[in-house]
Design a protein around this ligand. Structure first.
Ligand code: 4EZ
Length: 232
């Protein structure tokens, strides 16, 4: 089996590279892909750079060039829900693009013709994640993640995203990875650890908690990888 693990920022994959220690570096499409073997399975790791376009490029490359059969995303997010605190983990049941707007033509926010507002992640991978959380006694929330090409640092904007999409957390890549993986029929899951509350303190909190929250997410991904390998 070949499994892809992606993040958006170098900080989001650094703990993974440190864990796997040895890997081959393949340069492609202005990015680096790190290839390693873990328990007899190929693992491809990369960070895309921030935002939906770069994330879509990396997800597509992982699938079409490297032949990954499952895609795991690890990273940080801004919390929308009050019960999500710095370092907490959330997996997306489904994802949407909060900045996709052709409402001028009577369409709902996040929708374009022949697309859908929400893209669902893989049921089985999410079940594996929940099993890992239960076994390790880690708090793991499931919810809707909203994605857009904006760092949200404004309570009003956050509130709008919550009420428009019912979203529980927000970030800048998940939904684009979801669109790609869903279209190319590759099971995927999106895991995020909270770095800030997408409010006026978000920039400051993000800088302070990026590394520790990214590590929380990456550590969980390694346990999940063990579970995926064990169950398949
Ligand atoms: C994007 N990622 C943030 C990248 C920020 C600064 C140099 C996650 C994220 C996020 N995205 C954490 N908090 C966020 C927030 N408040 N709004 C959007 O995926 C790069």
């Amino acid at each position: 089996m070949t499994i892809g693990i992606m993040g958006a920022m170098v900080e989001e994959i650094e703990p993974l590279l440190e864990f796997f220690k040895e890997y081959e570096v393949i340069e492609y499409a202005k990015n680096k892909y790190y290839k390693t073997n873990y328990k007899g399975h190929d693992v491809i790791i990369a960070y895309s750079k921030i935002g939906k376009v770069f994330a879509a490029l990396t997800a597509t490359t992982m699938i079409e060039k490297f032949g990954i059969e499952k895609l795991l995303f690890s990273g940080v997010a801004g919390a929308i829900d009050e019960d999500l605190h710095i370092g907490d983990l959330i997996i997306a049941t489904k994802l949407c693009q909060h900045d996709l707007d052709i409402t001028a033509f009577g369409h709902p926010y996040g929708f374009v013709p022949e697309g859908s507002v929400y893209v669902e992640s893989d049921f089985l991978l999410n079940e594996f994640a929940k099993e890992v959380a239960k076994e390790k006694n880690i708090k793991l929330k499931e919810g809707i993640i909203a994605t857009g090409d904006q760092f949200i640092a404004d309570g009003k904007k956050k509130e709008w995203i919550r009420k428009t999409f019912g979203a529980n957390a927000l970030e800048m890549e998940g939904a684009s990875v979801a669109v790609v993986a869903d279209a190319l029929k590759v099971p995927f899951m999106i895991l995020r650890s909270i770095s800030d509350a997408a409010d006026m303190d978000a920039g400051f909190d993000f800088d302070e908690f990026l590394k520790s929250s990214a590590k929380n997410s990456a550590d969980f991904i390694i346990s999940l990888l063990d579970k995926v390998i064990e169950k398949s």
